[in-house]
Write a protein that binds this ligand. Structure first.
Ligand SMILES: O=C(O)c1ccccc1N[C@@H]1O[C@H](COP(=O)(O)O)[C@@H](O)[C@H]1O
Length: 247
């Protein structure tokens, strides 16, 4: 067998095994402002696309722009509306106009606030912020948000997110050790890109990864080639994790 056929067989086998073992890492591409970027994400195989309703973000979109961007979204691709300390009326406007699949709260919102919209929500934590700078304090912070459908981990920066900066993934160790009944699906974020995701995806086995800057040519302007490379790198990391787990 040639080397190429051997490699193809290897990929095929690991693809099949991945499906059987449900080890696929989900992918969210965030900070969409253009319809062609939404199409690129969908065509590359992203599971979710995100829209930033935080007015000081360079990726800010209005509720109407969000609605226009998700209108052609196919079935089984989720739309995520991201907020930082929003007024309730802002969230209600986005819910009414855009009708997102999920909400994402990226500031210091309380569990009661996040729950008040009666929608599934992702709670983001800025790792390294005061009170979230040790493994145990992170566990304590996260456990207030048992009602979240996932916990997302980003770096701690003044801009609240979308900075392209990573953080010390070792601080998540306490969360990866939680029993399933105590935990929520983990989403790894913060400075993720095709060239640096393999190691954390293999080691932490997050439910999903979330990227904005790492697939952009400038804030809010995505690159189809970078999105493709990102999705391929996640798939490669999944295959590699599976091969390692099989010994
Ligand atoms: O994208 C933004 O501008 C943004 C603004 C405020 C809060 C969060 C924001 N984006 C989220 O930040 C993380 C990390 O982004 P990056 O890949 O490091 O650029 C990601 O979850 C975005 O959804």
């Amino acid at each position: 067998m040639s080397v190429w056929n051997f490699l193809r067989l290897d990929l095929l086998l690991s693809d099949q095994a991945l499906k059987g073992q449900k080890m696929r890492t989900r992918i969210k591409i965030c900070g969409m402002t253009r319809i062609e970027d939404v199409d690129s994400a969908v065509n590359a195989g992203a599971d979710a696309v995100g829209f930033v309703f935080h007015p000081s973000s360079k990726r800010f979109v209005t509720a109407q722009q969000g609605a226009d961007l998700v209108r052609q979204l196919p079935a089984f691709v989720s739309s995520v509306a991201l907020f930082v300390h929003p007024e309730p009326s802002t969230v209600h406007e986005v819910l009414n106009v855009m009708r997102p699949t999920l909400l994402q709260f990226h500031g210091e919102e309380t569990p009661e606030f996040c729950e008040s919209f009666d929608m599934p929500y992702i709670k983001a934590f800025r790792v390294g912020a005061p009170g979230m700078d040790t493994p145990q304090s992170l566990v304590t912070a996260c456990q207030r948000f048992r009602s979240a459908c996932a916990w997302l981990f980003d770096s701690y920066t003044p801009a609240y997110g979308g900075s392209g900066h990573s953080f010390d993934h070792g601080l998540l160790i306490g969360l990866t050790a939680l029993a399933p009944s105590e935990s929520r699906p983990l989403i790894l974020s913060g400075g993720m890109k095709a060239s640096n995701l393999e190691d954390p995806v293999r080691r932490l086995r997050p439910w999903a990864v979330d990227v904005s800057s790492g697939v952009e040519i400038e804030p809010g302007i995505k690159s189809a080639a970078l999105i493709d490379a990102f999705v391929s790198a996640v798939e490669k990391a999944d295959r590699s994790a599976l091969l390692t787990s099989q010994g």
